[in-house]
Ligand binder design. Structure first.
Ligand SMILES: Nc1nc2c(ncn2[C@@H]2O[C@H](COP(=O)(O)OP(=O)(O)OP(=O)(O)O)[C@@H](O)[C@H]2O)c(=O)[nH]1
Ligand SMILES: [Mg+2]
Length: 145
């Protein structure tokens, strides 16, 4: 699998998604700092939410081959800036998480739109609980850069 860096708000499901993609046991663990899990680079949501920590993401991204912007479809708050892919040198894809809990189809579409405006190319809709959409995302992340 490519060396993928996961970026998104705290609680959006990055760590759980990494566990699901790598078929690891699902255990809740707040991400406190940048962590490597197999080929994944997990980041704390606060690094994206706080301006003074954002630079750490751009530095860490130098080690990545692929960025994945992650957004929770149950969270209406805007998290990604338009054109945010411009901060990174490698390809950016997107994942909409928690589709098993989506209030409506529209909330998933809104999340996809936000990822698209942020500059994510390919976008996947997944649930780490039911596994829906996981095979397609896994296949994409297995493709060479
Ligand atoms: N229903 C449902 N819950 C999910 C899903 N993905 C994650 N969760 C839950 O959302 C909560 C937060 O998930 P995390 O994976 O820890 O979120 P995170 O983005 O890593 O958060 P930080 O480490 O704070 O940046 C946990 O209680 C997960 O069980 C999903 O697809 N569906
Ligand atoms: Mg985490």
């Amino acid at each position: 699998m490519k060396r993928i860096m996961f970026i998104g708000k705290s609680g959006c499901g990055k760590t759980t998604l990494i566990q699901s993609l790598q078929k690891l046991p699902q255990e809740y663990k707040k991400t406190q700092t940048v962590e490597t899990v197999g080929t994944a680079i997990d980041t704390p949501g606060e690094y994206m939410e706080r301006k003074n920590l954002f630079f750490a993401l751009t530095v860490t991204a130098m080690d990545a081959e692929q960025i994945l912007f992650v957004i929770d479809c149950t969270d209406d708050m805007t998290t990604f800036m338009p054109g945010m892919n411009g901060f990174f040198c490698c390809p950016v894809a997107g994942a909409v998480t928690k589709i098993d809990c989506a209030a409506s189809r529209q909330s998933i579409e809104n999340a996809k739109d936000q990822l698209s405006v942020a500059g994510a190319g390919k976008i996947f809709c997944v649930s780490s609980v039911t596994g829906e959409g996981m095979d397609a995302l896994r296949r994409y992340l297995l493709q060479p850069v």
